[in-house]
Write a protein that binds this ligand. Structure first.
Ligand code: ASP
Length: 709
């Protein structure tokens, strides 16, 4: 047995330890061979210290072992702390004024040659430290266990831990209980696809991994917990985006007998504490903006308030204009808005404005075009300025507060939404291009009163989720216009143009919840199937309640200034939702599939101990999901034997079929009852659950297993 007690951590050493004999354990970060003397950097999770193997001081056997050291060998060292010779200190290291003169060494485990360098600290003062910034991310993810040895990666995960610890301490101090909710559950309606897990015990049925614990946290309120939170993994099978992960971590929270104000005040205390872990100060109170104001002034529901350039509405200036395009738009009830890019005319030439922005960039944002005006010599200058009267030009200057050197960029369209969203993207584009967004500034805000519904191709959908309390309960669920005019008691927390989280006050009245489901076009049966258990809960004295969830990977990467959320997750998937280290997702064996009643091999392998030859009838019964009673078995066996005989006859006439492509035929599914029995529909058939496990179902047809054909 090897003794590690008392082990001293590398990062804790300083001149106070001089003269002490100590025991260290860790990894060889770097080596420098000075002829006889070998220097190494020894690293553990607390830091790095230099260890010297000097044949003049250390036993020869120790020096011999030291000669075989390589990067990332895991070792145990004993030695004495000594002050470094003046002039040999290493300013790259916190422990750079001392070193350890080794007298003992054990190689605990050797390391293979590394796929990329791990060391981030140079051994020699004045030379650049190594790093993995240039290492391909895919390779880093494949060897994540090595990538995570890098002090900078460990630092990020330690800070992540501290942010999580800060949340737990904060919420515990305010009476919140952390309660775990199921990972294997039913689908939750957060608007994404579910990750499904097939059930072995219920072949053909699936659990869904939670998109969020929404329904459970509401049921905890029904259950009287009053204050719940959970730092929880959520799963959403969404389209791939660079900064998205199939599984991500939420701070999920819910409380009873509260209103919006409670959530605002709670998070205006918690968020600054979380950001303080990264040394960032966030000022309070957070400003609030309704969704409508946000759209009107920034064209987005997540405004970036680090810079100005908010929208100026100029529609009313052009009711009688001679500029036909604007006139027509105003006459048709459209909207004209613009931004003033202050003092930037030197950086926005006519050519850039006309040929890049008006002709290419703005059309990509969905608007037909853009009108621009530069201000020089107290006057507007543009390719269309002659169409505006002197008075109009004067009023434009006033409305936009335009001064020499300013550039006005204006978008007009019959659709308010198009103007806002295109101008919003333009605002961000110009600010990014001209470096107008200050760094190291953090501007939070609450965006409130979102629309309750939005119109989709198949009717209404919820903007947040269907459990959000509408601002008015007086509406006709069958009147789409009525519904679309509703706002909700919802709120998003936005920081620097990113949505960090969102939540709402919930519906706690069963009748109102039913009305919302109806507006969403769900039939009574669908409501019952999907949410029956939840509605039951709502019918037993549900307290008024509300909550919020923050996307913690995003919050942490913002606090740490990380380039992507993958940098703050220990084992993330890559941009394509694939894990280069484990190779997940991966195929599974036919046996596993068969056990789950899935895949081609399921028919014969799923049946315990029943190869088709062993019991053809039982296999047939399993494949077809038709119970064959004992007294029917002989007849079925005979029928199958006849079918086989016929197949053989056919084959003998057709020749060898092995090298031909199989022919698939589709048969209409018709219900046949056995003679002498009363026709009766099984409840599974009524719900269309009966064919759920068929490999291919389309309308009233399904593809039957080859053996049945
Ligand atoms: N469940 C919601 C979400 O994941 C958050 C909430 O409404 O509390 O977005």
């Amino acid at each position: 047995m090897m003794n590690f007690d008392p082990r001293v951590s590398c990062g804790s050493l300083n001149t106070d330890h001089t003269g002490r004999h100590i025991l260290l354990a860790g990894w060889v970060d770097a080596l420098r061979d000075h002829g006889d003397i070998l220097f190494i950097h020894l690293r553990d999770r607390t830091g790095i210290v230099q260890v010297v193997f000097d044949p003049g001081k250390a036993p020869s056997q120790v020096c011999e072992t030291a000669a075989s050291l390589r990067s990332e060998h895991c070792i145990r060292v004993t030695g004495t702390v000594i002050a470094r010779e003046p002039g040999t200190e290493n300013p790259h290291l916190d422990t750079g004024t001392i070193e350890v003169a080794a007298d003992g060494l054990d190689i605990l485990s050797a390391a293979d040659p590394l796929p990329f360098p791990i060391s981030e600290k140079s051994m020699v003062a004045g030379t650049g430290a190594a790093g993995t910034d240039t290492v391909n991310e895919e390779l880093r993810l494949q060897y994540r266990f090595l990538d995570l040895r890098r002090p900078s990666m460990q630092e990020k995960l330690f800070k992540r831990h501290r942010i999580m610890a800060c949340i737990r301490r904060f919420l515990d101090g305010r009476g919140f209980y952390e309660v775990e909710t199921p990972m294997l559950t039913r689908s939750t309606p957060e608007g994404a696809r579910d990750y499904l897990v097939p059930s072995r015990h219920y072949p053909g049925d699936f659990y869904a991994l939670p998109q969020s614990p929404q329904l459970f946290k509401q049921l905890l309120m029904v259950a009287g917990f009053e204050r719940y939170y959970q730092i929880v993994r959520c799963f959403r099978d969404e389209d791939l985006r660079p900064n998205r992960q199939p599984e991500f971590t939420q701070l999920d929270l819910e409380a009873s007998f509260i209103d919006e104000e409670f959530i605002y005040q709670l998070f205006e205390k918690l968020v600054p504490e979380m950001f303080a872990v990264g040394g960032i100060s966030v000022s309070t109170p957070f400003p609030r903006m309704t969704w409508h104001q946000a759209m009107e002034t920034t064209g987005t529901d997540r405004p970036d308030l680090r810079f100005g350039m908010t929208f100026v509405d100029a529609t009313d200036l052009f009711t009688d204009t001679g500029y036909a395009i604007f006139k027509q738009i105003v006459d048709r009830g459209g909207c004209i808005k613009g931004i003033n890019v202050k003092g930037q005319s030197d950086h926005l030439s006519k050519n850039v404005l006309q040929n890049e922005y008006a002709k290419q960039i703005v059309p990509e944002f969905g608007a037909r075009g853009m009108t621009w005006m530069r201000v020089t010599g107290g006057k507007l200058d543009s390719n269309i300025v002659q169409f505006f009267s002197g008075h109009e030009q004067q009023r434009i200057m006033e409305r936009f507060n335009a001064r020499d050197g300013d550039v006005l960029m204006i978008i007009a369209d019959t659709s308010w939404h198009t103007v806002c969203t295109a101008l919003g993207q333009l605002r961000l584009h110009v600010a990014g291009r001209l470096h107008l967004i200050p760094e190291d500034v953090y501007k939070p805000l609450w965006v409130t009163d979102f629309p309750l519904f939005e119109a989709g191709a198949d009717g209404l959908t919820s903007c947040h989720h269907p459990f959000t309390m509408p601002s008015s309960t007086e509406f006709d669920p069958e009147n789409e216009e009525d519904c679309l005019a509703l706002t909700s008691r919802s709120y998003d927390l936005v920081m620097n143009g990113e949505e960090l989280g969102g939540g709402s006050i919930r519906i706690n009245d069963r009748t109102l919840q039913d009305k919302i489901f109806k507006a969403l076009g769900l039939s009574g049966k669908e409501i019952q199937d999907k949410f029956g258990f939840f509605l039951k809960g709502l019918s037993f004295g549900t307290p008024p309640h509300g909550g919020i969830a923050l996307g913690m990977d995003r919050v942490i990467s913002m606090i740490l200034g990380a380039s992507s959320i993958r940098e703050v997750i220990a084992f993330p998937k890559n941009r394509r939702a694939f894990c280069p280290m484990t190779g997940a997702p991966s195929g599974v064996s036919d046996t596993q599939l068969a056990e789950l009643g899935l895949g081609a091999g399921s028919a014969d392998q799923a049946l315990p101990g029943a190869a088709p030859e062993a019991d053809l009838v039982e296999t047939l019964s399993w494949v077809s999901r038709i119970q064959i009673s004992e007294n029917e078995q002989a007849a079925v066996r005979q029928a199958v034997t006849n079918a086989q005989a016929m197949a053989l006859t056919l084959e003998s006439h057709a020749g060898n079929l092995n090298d031909r492509e199989p022919v698939y035929r589709i048969f209409p599914a018709t219900a046949r009852t056995r003679e002498g029995t009363r026709p009766q529909q099984h409840p599974l058939a009524e719900n269309r659950d009966l064919l759920k496990n068929a490999p291919d179902v389309s309308g009233g047809y399904f593809k039957v297993a080859g053996i049945l054909e």
